[in-house]
Write a protein that binds this ligand. Structure first.
Ligand code: HEM
Length: 664
């Protein structure tokens, strides 16, 4: 394990890396011109991008072969088709080999090494792609990637599927560089935006590079990067005032929706039935967020709840058959489809050539949000018409986020996309943590008892917690952090290097690199330009080299040990459930307050949580073979899965037992 001393040495190293690991712009992607063309087209034009890719993969080599055959006056007759096929394959292989060779050369020139690359048995690593697609269906979350890291004895790896560089990393040094110290070298990128465009459009999660269109095909990349940094802040600037600390000191919204949620739980508990907690917590989070953001409650807590053995499984959890169910279904289906697209890779539009599968879901979601947007715009117009002055002039503290958006633009699509991003950010993440805390309380009754004791000591049995009391609940906070460590709501995420290559800092030396590469341990890694990098906080959070032998165990006490905090502060990539760097989660404080508040109210009333695995829908219990494997999958009683955010497959069915001492 890394000692504290070496953590600080590492910190110094990281800082020097930040200054010295830029490569000259002359080493920009040879695909720079192509990248600029693609960037100048809208991400909704994914079919055009596919056409372009297929053109360069099939048409270019075919034309070259045709010209060659003409020049040499050779004819293949009936074997023409095979000849073209072989030539196209050879073209792709040699292009890949040439790119590798070039990267190797540049890396050596800068004292770096290339990222280790997966070597499959079939051309283009197609066997690896198929193996991954198969294993995604039944394996434990992210285990497919962990196996590859173990196989190749490294923590940052190039999958190079279909000859396209595709980096995965669980290395906290690299995650830290991507998100923070080397932020300017990365963006969300074209590929991710294409996948999310129909659902999130102009929303904050799907934008960063509009400035490319504004400045056109400018050749000074550093200048452009500077512009991008300034303009990508725009969405955050719009949203930030609503997440200032003092807007949350009034916990009335939390109280109102906690109380409605708990009265459902009371009712279900008195019938002795199990409740689908993931669904209920999603409604709680959504109703609270909508009240907070729009000043209007979407009122999903009033719709019918899933019933044990009766409600079928939806794309993630339960799927009730009402208007709310339709909305939740569309929300979840769209996220599942985005994940599927990411797994298929850059050829995903081939499967959606004639039908964008997210269009229908976006329409259902739009039907919920559009009336809210229209109302906000109409209110703005009528305020102006009645000489009520510009509402834009009112202080932000008097407005909701929706009114603030309506004041800043008349474009309903932009407003809707922003709202949807906020709803996604606030519903699925908070609900995920509450779901997993409840699951872990059921698995560890001793921990639940200690949490409850802390709540009763500090907040009493009935009264609503105050902000001061919440800050005193150190054990509850430790439980939340430990849950965020083992089950981060965003378990993996994607960035893309900008069209200029860069170097990643050396991997953390505590990781066991292959012994034959001992001397190259401290070398930086060459990060190719315009390349997707998937980072995997869930694997970093469970890495034994960082967290010790008990990394897979749920042990909230580790957060009460000062060493953990020192380590995490010195090494920001080690624990990053809210991300970090310039795009750190805006709602972090809101989320901690909301989750703690809800847990206080829950534990004041309930003291026992019992998994009702018999209620889990068919196909949602962990496969029996997990028990034979390593890590948490041996003990898991539910199936954690991911589609943008983490969830429990089939929902979390659980019995809540009322505390005898609670008379209400
Ligand atoms: C436990 C709860 C939460 C977790 C774990 C969480 C996690 C994250 C993560 C990992 C990101 C970075 C995503 C990326 O860069 O691709 C993020 C961004 C964001 N989060 Fe959260 N989040 C939580 C709750 C919330 C809440 C409650 C809100 C709003 C009410 C919120 C609003 C946002 C926004 C607007 C961003 C985008 C920031 C940007 O791109 O500049 N989050 N969150």
């Amino acid at each position: 394990m890394l000692s504290l001393g070496s953590y600080f040495t590492h910190q110094a190293l990281k800082e020097s890396v930040y200054q010295s690991y830029d490569l000259p712009p002359s080493l920009s992607s040879p695909r720079l011109f192509i990248s600029l063309i693609m960037l100048s087209t809208h991400p909704a034009n994914f079919r055009a991008r596919l056409f372009f890719d297929l053109f360069s993969a099939f048409v270019v080599p075919s034309v070259v072969l045709r010209l060659l055959l003409r020049l040499l006056d050779v004819q293949f007759g009936r074997l023409s088709l095979a000849a073209y096929g072989i030539f196209i394959l050879a073209w792709a292989i040699s292009k890949g080999a040439y790119t590798s060779f070039k990267h190797q050369r540049i890396a050596e020139q800068f004292g770096a090494k290339t990222i280790p690359c997966v070597v499959g048995r079939w051309p283009g690593n197609i066997d690896i792609l198929l193996r991954m697609m198969r294993s995604f269906k039944t394996s434990y979350i992210l285990d497919t990637y962990l196996q590859l890291f173990e196989e190749y004895q490294c923590t940052t790896l190039n999958l190079r599927i279909l000859w396209a560089d595709n980096i995965i990393t669980m290395d906290q040094e690299h995650i830290n560089f991507i998100l923070s110290t080397g932020f300017k070298n990365f963006w969300r990128g074209r590929a991710q935006k294409e996948r999310m465009e129909t659902l999130l459009g102009e929303g904050i999660f799907n934008r960063d590079d509009d400035v490319w269109k504004m400045v056109g095909l400018h050749h000074n990349l550093n200048f452009i990067s500077a512009f991008i940094l300034i303009f990508s802040e725009q969405h955050r600037i719009t949203a930030r005032p609503f997440f200032a600390r003092d807007r949350f000191t009034d916990f009335e919204i939390f109280e109102h929706y906690s109380s409605r949620t708990l009265s459902h739980l009371d009712q279900i508990a008195s019938l002795g039935e199990a409740c689908e907690a993931q669904d209920l917590f999603s409604r709680f989070a959504l109703d609270a967020a909508s009240e907070f953001l729009f000043g209007e409650n979407l009122d999903t807590l009033s719709a019918s709840l899933p019933r044990p053995y009766k409600t079928p499984m939806g794309p993630k959890g339960s799927a009730t058959q009402d208007t709310w169910g339709e909305f939740a279904n569309a929300f979840d289906e769209a996220q599942m489809n985005i994940t599927k697209r990411a797994r298929i890779g850059y050829l995903w539009p081939l499967l959606e050539l004639f039908r964008d599968r997210n269009r229908r879901h976006a329409k259902v979601i739009g039907e919920w949000l559009d009336p809210l947007v229209q109302r906000a715009l109409e209110e703005k117009r009528s305020l102006k018409a009645n000489g009520g002055g510009e509402s834009a002039e009112s202080p932000v503290s008097d407005k909701t986020f929706l009114q603030h958006l309506a004041d800043s633009t008349d474009n309903p699509t932009i407003i809707r996309d922003q709202l949807l991003s906020m709803l996604l950010a606030s519903r699925d993440t908070t609900a995920c943590v509450l779901t997993f805390v409840t699951y872990l309380m059921a698995m560890h009754p001793d921990i639940a008892a200690r949490m409850r004791a802390e709540v009763l000591t500090n907040c009493g049995q009935h009264s609503m917690p105050t902000s001061d009391q919440i800050h005193k609940l150190t054990y509850i906070r430790a439980v939340i952090d430990e849950t965020l460590r083992l089950f981060p709501p965003v378990p993996l995420n994607v960035r893309e290097s900008r069209p200029s290559a860069c170097l990643l800092p050396p991997s953390d030396p505590s990781y066991p690199y292959s012994p034959t590469q001992e001397q190259s341990k401290n070398q930086p890694l060459f990060m190719p330009a315009s390349t997707t990098v998937t980072y995997l906080p869930l694997l970093t959070h469970r890495n034994k080299a960082l967290w010790g032998e008990d990394a897979d165990e749920f042990r909230p006490e580790r957060w009460l040990e000062s060493e953990t905090k020192v380590k995490c502060n010195a090494n920001m990539g080690m624990f990053s459930p809210f991300s970090h760097g310039p795009r750190i989660c805006i709602g972090k404080n809101y989320a901690y307050n909301e989750m703690t508040f809800f847990l206080v109210r829950l534990l004041q009333r309930f003291d026992r949580f019992e998994l009702a695995t018999d209620c889990q829908p068919e196909g949602s219990l962990p496969p029996s073979e997990w028990k034979e494997r390593r890590g948490r999958q041996r003990i898991e009683k539910i199936w954690p899965a991911a589609a943008l955010t983490l969830f429990v497959k089939g929902g979390l069915w659980i019995k809540f037992h009322k505390a005898e001492t609670h008379d209400n």
